[in-house]
Design a protein around this ligand. Structure first.
Ligand SMILES: Cc1cc2nc3c(=O)[nH]c(=O)nc-3n(C[C@H](O)[C@H](O)[C@H](O)COP(=O)(O)O)c2cc1C
Length: 262
């Protein structure tokens, strides 16, 4: 790497550090949240039962619309994963949860559950995503690393249709992501994040200045090239190829609404 590249990298590292008001800088819980990073390399060692139980419990206790808890968690050890999918758990992780948006369960008991597929799906995805985040936060509190995955090859939402068969999902249950967990074997630097005033503003929507966006995208491209040796465009092309098929599958699953299954 040349000197300019090195200095740029250093500047990125410094700029990427969480901004924590000095008065709060010794708050452990806050630091855990702000310093969380996606982990993609794991030690072989499995998680303990207590850690695993606590992580799943955090999913169970997440907030949800009208407390409907529209989620399910299909969880796996390494062996269970390879028995089910005939391939190893991604990135050497010892544990995984396939997070499912699930309005099927509530529909079995709530009278007059509305027949509104888009809202139904949105509510399911929203709540299940929060549960996923709660699990990763609990993991973080225990020193357990995690990453959410949508493209693990037959396990993310790209593969919703296939997963629906493999996991015997009823209508109204849609896989949205896989979260893998394990003891971290890396300490990744912060990927390029937009500055706070580009994403948070008082009240009315505020357009991010173009130079700020351009600088961010340039960093994204550089970061991708540094970590994979490939052009970022390759990832976009991959999305384009996979998403067209996923769109059709999801539309079919989402529009295949349930009538009251009781
Ligand atoms: C819904 C969702 C899906 C993701 N899918 C993938 C994935 O398929 N592969 C991957 O390596 N990372 C995946 N990520 C992780 C993101 O790349 C990561 O969150 C982002 O680069 C920001 O990094 P950070 O989590 O360290 O802040 C996903 C994250 C989310 C929230």
């Amino acid at each position: 790497m040349n000197l300019i590249g090195f200095l740029r990298g250093l500047a990125r590292l410094v700029a990427g550090r969480p901004r924590i008001p000095r008065s709060l800088s010794d708050n452990e819980a806050l630091l855990r949240v702000l310093e969380r990073r996606s982990i993609r390399k794991f030690h072989d060692r499995d998680l303990g039962d207590d850690e695993w139980q606590a992580i799943l419990e955090a999913g169970r206790l997440a907030p949800s619309t009208v407390n409907l808890q529209t989620w399910s968690f299909s969880h796996f050890t390494r062996d269970e994963w390879s028995d089910t999918f005939d391939r190893p758990l991604p990135m050497g992780a010892p544990r995984a949860v396939i997070v499912l948006a699930d309005t099927h369960r509530a529909r079995r008991v709530v009278e007059g559950f509305p027949e509104v597929p888009l809202c139904d799906f949105t509510v399911g995805v929203m709540n299940a995503s929060l549960a996923a985040m709660n699990m990763t936060s609990a993991a973080e509190a225990l020193g357990v690393g995690s990453v959410m995955l949508s493209e693990t090859g037959k396990t993310g939402f790209y593969d919703a249709a296939e997963l629906s068969t493999t996991l015997a999902l009823p209508p109204g249950v849609v896989p949205i992501m896989t979260v893998i967990f394990g003891w971290p074997r890396e300490a990744p630097v912060m990927p390029p994040k937009l500055p706070l005033d580009a994403v948070a503003f008082p009240g009315r929507y505020c357009e991010t200045p173009q130079p700020v966006l351009d600088a961010w995208y340039e960093q994204m491209q550089a970061g991708y090239r540094a970590s994979t040796g490939q052009a970022f465009q390759r990832q976009i092309d991959l999305y384009n190829r996979r998403l067209a098929e996923a769109e059709t599958d999801l539309q079919r699953m989402v529009m295949d609404t349930e009538t009251d299954p009781r």
